[in-house]
Design a protein around this ligand. Structure first.
Ligand code: NAD
Length: 227
């Protein structure tokens, strides 16, 4: 089977990583969202943004992947899978997944706002850029609101030819990720599976729903792919 899997914050919730939309007061981990998640926020207040993501990274480092991450890794071993996550944590990798496409970036990569260079597994011992020499220009490689997500073209190519489109633990309010199921529907992808702890209005374009905790429902998904 050719399977496109999109994961969101819900898959990491049971590992202890806070989701984002579950806070509707505009505050995430104690900060106003627009101060740490909007395009230009790093340039406006580098130490606040750096500190916020460094704290988040330190919190994530102490979290372990859960059964849902592990079942996704098992599915990858049995099927042709493109695994895309909106998450900036590394729990899919820790669960054994390979080729994880981080469409919104990663806490474990660096990005120079001056020259655009990216750095894998960046330790953040310095935020001066070793590539262009600019001081204080390296931030966590996170795609902020107003910036372009990564890998969109590859995703469209894969979705256009897949048998299953699966969205796990994502609220479907952050575009363009939220529009991918509409694209799958328009392209005639036969099976569009929604896995979420709550049934939401945005599930209109899906034709299968697995409602419950991701750790409970991914066994059903695994079985569905075997049928
Ligand atoms: P979101 O917070 O908007 O939505 C989370 C979704 O997960 C909700 O629909 C909720 O009903 C569902 N959910 C919660 N617990 C669940 C569980 N145990 N099992 C199944 N579903 C569950 O997250 P989003 O849609 O990914 O979009 C928000 C943005 O926030 C993303 O761009 C992401 O980069 C970022 N974010 C990332 C992390 C992370 O890296 N772990 C955490 C928070 C936010």
């Amino acid at each position: 089977m050719k399977v496109f899997i999109l994961t969101g914050a819900g898959i990491s919730a049971e590992s202890g990583v806070k989701t984002f939309r579950d806070f509707d007061n505009g505050i995430w981990n104690g900060e106003n969202l627009e101060d740490v998640c909007e395009k230009g926020c790093f340039e406006a207040n580098p130490s606040l943004v750096y500190g916020f993501y460094e704290n988040l990274k330190n919190m994530v480092v102490g979290c372990e992947p859960n059964d849902a991450h592990k079942i996704v890794a098992d599915i990858q071993k049995k099927h042709e899978v493109m695994l895309v996550t909106q998450n900036i944590d590394n729990l899919h990798e820790k669960a054994g997944s390979t080729n994880v496409y981080h469409m919104h970036g990663s806490l474990f990569k660096g990005y120079c706002v001056s020259c655009g260079e990216t750095f894998e597994n960046y330790a953040f011992n310095s935020i001066n850029c070793s590539e262009c020499g600019e001081n204080g220009s390296v931030r966590h490689d996170i795609v902020f609101f107003g910036e372009h997500p990564y890998h969109l073209d590859e995703m469209m190519d894969f979705i256009g030819a897949c048998d299953f489109f699966v969205a796990i633990g994502t609220s479907g309010v952050v575009y363009p990720a939220a529009g991918l199921v509409e694209y799958a529907h328009a392209k005639g992808v036969k099976n569009r599976v929604f896995v979420n702890i709550s049934k939401e209005d945005r599930s209109f374009y899906f034709n299968h729903s697995l409602i419950g905790k991701a750790t409970d429902k991914l066994n059903d998904l695994y079985a569905m792919l075997e049928e």
